[in-house]
Design a protein around this ligand. Structure first.
Ligand SMILES: [Zn+2]
Length: 376
């Protein structure tokens, strides 16, 4: 008996039976729990605006309370996470915080070499998870095209890049790395829009197709002219008029000036029995070129930014979910905005699907590109 007791006592002192180790582990688990709770509280407070404490401030506060060691702080800075006891606690910044930090640090990562793990820039890839199932249909009755056009998630596993920050939702805007393809076949992956119907329904159709990518992490819609203008800086009436080539090339009525033509068709009057009426409104069309080398133009020197919007568009011109009207004194063109390549130059332009003068409707094909506003 004594021998056994002595034996037990000895092993306890050397720690080999695990009692000392367990005591340390329990202490570590308690510390891990405290750190994790503090982190969760900090995140909640940040979301509802009751704290403005940055991650750095929060971490050094934990360190002051001896809840984190210097070594652990270093590991968090390096990897965004730390293991305490058996728990891994994640301290990564949200995408919005990373985006804001890069802006605050004045980094646009123009040449793609920024190594700062706390930065997120326009053009960076983000692993937004595509839905793997589901589909959207552009009905012939809406597009004016001869048949329905179907888009399936399984055929469109897109990659995603940062397009900017959505000021209305506070989320990060993502743009798909390439446009979606319909099921029409490899030689015809485009979205066909035709005539008055295609014009009138274009925005709804495009936004509906792109909503295929709405998940619990974000709400998807089509890219529109405002998204593009935000990047190119064409955001005021003054700037639009300065870069507008529509008036130079076609001598049309300037942006924001009125048009008024009697005895012609509007898309609605055409569809509602082809009756003639007064066609009037405000011209809201404009066209500008990107890096054309011919003034006026918009110059984009950041090649990553250029690439996400305009690279490869000779093969994949795309629609924007924005309608517009261009007009002269005797005709109005009802158009859908697009991004297209003409004469080796990227254009932020539009394509007229319906003309007020006659009964000829046009069809055009462009890809549809999705945009996602997400808060992850
Ligand atoms: Zn950076």
């Amino acid at each position: 008996m004594l021998l056994i007791l002595a034996g037990v006592t000895i092993t306890t002192l050397t720690g080999d039976n695990g009692i000392l180790t367990k005591a340390t582990e329990a202490k570590e688990e308690t510390r891990a729990g405290t750190v994790e709770e503090a982190k969760e509280l900090w995140e909640i407070n940040k979301q509802d605006g009751s704290t403005t404490q940055t991650l750095d401030e929060f971490l050094s506060n934990l360190k002051k309370q001896n809840l984190l060691t210097d070594k652990e702080l270093e590991i968090i800075k390096e990897t965004g996470e730390v293991k305490i006891g058996k728990r891994v606690i994640i301290f990564r910044l949200t995408l919005v915080e990373m985006y804001d930090k890069a802006v605050a640090d004045g980094c646009i990562n123009e040449n793609g070499t920024c190594q700062n793990k706390e930065h997120l820039h326009i053009g960076d890839y983000v692993d937004y998870r595509n839905p793997t199932t589901g589909s959207r249909r552009a009905n012939a009755v809406d597009t004016g095209y001869e048949s329905d056009q179907i888009y399936e998630a399984s055929n469109n596993q897109l990659n995603w890049r940062v397009l900017g920050k959505d000021e209305t939702t506070g989320g990060i805007k993502l743009i798909s790395g390439r446009p979606m393809k319909s099921n029409n076949g490899e030689d015809d992956p485009y979205l066909h829009l035709y005539g008055a119907k295609g014009y009138l329904n274009s925005e709804t159709i495009l936004n509906n197709l792109c909503s295929l990518y709405t998940t619990q992490y974000g709400t998807a819609r089509s890219v529109n002219i405002d998204d593009i203008n935000e990047i190119t800086g064409v955001t005021t009436e003054e700037k639009i008029k300065e870069v507008n080539k529509a008036t130079i090339w076609w001598g049309d009525i300037q942006y924001n000036d009125p048009y008024n033509i009697e005895n012609q068709y509007t898309p609605q009057s055409w569809l509602n029995g082809k009756y003639k009426t007064t066609v009037s409104g405000i011209v809201d069309n404009y066209v500008y070129t990107i890096n054309s080398g011919e003034e006026p133009e918009i110059k984009i020197t950041n090649t990553r930014v250029y690439d996400i919007l305009f690279d490869n568009i000779d093969k994949a011109s795309y629609w924007l979910a924005s309608r517009c009207v261009l007009a002269s004194s005797d005709v109005a063109q009802f158009a859908v905005r697009d991004i297209a390549m003409r004469k080796d130059t990227a254009r932020v332009a539009s394509f007229g699907l319906f003309s007020s003068t006659n009964d000829i409707e046009k069809e055009n094909i462009r890809r549809s590109t999705s945009c996602d506003s997400t808060k992850i």
